[in-house]
Ligand binder design. Structure first.
Ligand code: GTP
Ligand code: MG
Length: 494
């Protein structure tokens, strides 16, 4: 269908303007026609849009001049030759679909500027395609489509959504890409079956925090918007596997991004990121990480690897662990003096997480769960009256740390806590295993050996022999997180 305007019709508002002007100038249709140099019939047509007869651009301009209004005011939207026909066609298709209880309706590419309200009566509809039209708004009746699972509104002119969109409680896929949306209604958070949401190529400057309630979401595209920051609620979307934030204006990421443990693909290219949160290390499933065109991060293209476009056409993406490893290593070199890293290592279930909780929050949990990946906690410490420092405490899962990508993270210039348990004579071998690992990655970093759970199973290691072999050991401290034995001593030593 042609989209070239062959003629114009008055919009409802335009018609009011025309009638007001005609009345105030006290002119008849014939008089207007005469002054404008057009046929009376042409004037009549413009004053009776219900006839669905169009007037030419030249006639419109001439009539508008006589009535001292602008053509634009009369036709608010350019009426394309197809438009009123399109609306009527859409109406017919909707009526047919209602009659036949259709589950699928295609109203795409009709150049529709608005939707007939009858759309709300399509109770059986499962798929609705409204893409590639001229819609500027949606009627609230859209919220009545209880069974709608798939809604395509891409490539329209939508600037906002009605709050009733939140009533579409069967919706699993929503495509709103390539519109003019500047904000989203908070009701979007009610779409708890939504798995795929495409908001790319809009004008969004922020998101409602309710977006965090979309707990079925696996795929979220927010690329090509105007986001300057990202809500911490994004961390609640724990089924997310694909997150595209490329081509926005983000300067920082919330640390909560580290909670999205199912993420495999993250697009952050073309932003203004000034730093990355260490919590990105928690994203164990990550296979694709795009960080190109964030100049302030200081990571070269060689490290960043192929762009998304190149990967899409077959190139192998850089390993996320390699990118992060490089980035955080240069950060370590620039680490401010009032910040330091504390890394806990040791086998599973020795009490690393329990020590963190006891040291920082003074709590103890008998049913503490095993740590997946890494947990990073900020621990502000007052050194003396005038000096504060922040310790970034890295608590690895005992299983994970043996994984080679994480061993990268045993860096120099950190303080290590090696946590041990009484294991009937294996204590010294356990200690050597970890001390050698720390030595190979951590260089000359200081080490405190923590002998934990001593209230339960008292034990000791051959302190003198270990000290001799690993001179970086500063202290041996016996602790118990349950009885709080040695916790103060350890806190002071740190
Ligand atoms: N009695 C006693 N129990 C402890 C102590 N420290 C930890 N536990 C218990 O031991 C179990 C494991 O503790 P976690 O702190 O989760 O151990 P973890 O080293 O973090 O384990 P991973 O995360 O799997 O590497 C939990 O049931 C804790 O309650 C302690 O000092 N005394
Ligand atoms: Mg743990």
């Amino acid at each position: 269908m042609s989209s070239k305007p062959r003629g114009f019709m008055a919009s409802p508002e335009g018609l009011q303007k025309l009638e007001a002007a005609k009345a105030s100038l006290n002119l008849s249709f014939a008089a207007i026609a005469k002054q404008a140099g057009v046929e009376t019939d042409t004037v009549m047509r413009l004053f009776h849009p219900s006839w669905e007869k169009r007037v030419s651009e030249v006639s419109l301009a001439a009539i508008a001049r006589v009535l001292t209004v602008t053509p634009r005011e009369i036709t608010a939207v350019e009426v394309h030759s197809s438009n009123s026909k399109a609306f009527a066609l859409a109406q017919r298709r909707i009526k047919t679909a209602i009659a036949y209880r259709s589950t699928n309706l295609d109203l795409s590419r009709l150049e529709l500027t608005s939707l007939p309200n009858e759309i709300g009566q399509l109770n059986d509809l499962i798929r609705l395609d409204l893409s590639q039209s001229q819609l500027t708004s949606l009627p609230k009746e859209i919220g009545q489509l209880n069974n709608l699972a798939w809604l395509d509104l891409s490539q329209n002119q939508l600037t906002s959504l009605p709050k009733e969109i939140g009533q579409l409680n069967s919706l699993t896929r929503l495509d709103l890409s390539q519109n003019q949306l500047t904000s989203l209604p908070k009701e979007i958070g009610q779409l708890n079956k939504l798995t795929k949401l495409d908001l790319s190529h809009n004008q969004l400057t922020s998101l409602p925090k309710e977006i965090g309630q979309l707990n079925s979401l696996t795929w979220l595209d927010l690329s090509k918007n105007k986001l300057t920051s990202l809500l911490k609620e994004i961390g609640q979307l724990n089924n997310l596997t694909d997150l595209d934030l490329s081509q926005n204006q983000l300067t920082l990421l919330p640390t909560e991004i580290g909670q999205l443990s199912n993420l495999t693909d993250v697009g952050l290219d073309h932003n203004q990121l000034t730093s990355l949160p260490a919590e990105l290390w928690q994203l164990n499933s990550l296979t694709n990480l795009f960080l190109h065109e964030n100049d302030q991060l200081g990571v070269s293209v060689e490290i960043l690897g192929p762009t998304r476009k190149e990967v899409n056409s077959g190139a192998t993406p850089a390993k996320p662990a390699d990118i992060l490893n490089y980035y955080f290593r240069i950060q370590d070199d620039r680490q401010p003096l009032n910040e330091a890293k504390l890394i806990l290592v040791g086998f599973g279930a020795v009490g690393k997480t329990s020590l963190v909780n006891r040291l920082i929050h003074n709590t103890f949990d008998q049913t503490s769960k095993k740590t997946e990946g890494i947990n990073i906690t900020q621990w502000p410490i007052q050194l003396n009256q005038s000096e504060d420092i922040t310790l970034h405490v890295w608590d690895f899962g005992g299983q994970e740390i043996m994984h080679s990508t994480h061993q990268f993270f045993l860096t120099e210039r950190s303080l290590y806590l090696l946590v041990l348990n009484g294991r009937q004579g294996h204590e010294d071998t356990d200690a050597e295993y970890w001390l050698e690992l720390i030595q190979s990655f951590g260089g000359d970093s200081p080490i405190i050996v923590v002998l934990n759970k001593v209230a339960e199973h008292p034990f000791d290691v051959n302190r003198r022999a270990l000290q001799q072999k690993f001179p970086n050991i500063r202290e041996f401290i016996q602790t118990d997180c349950d009885t709080e034995t040695g916790i103060d001593t350890l806190r002071t030593a740190i």
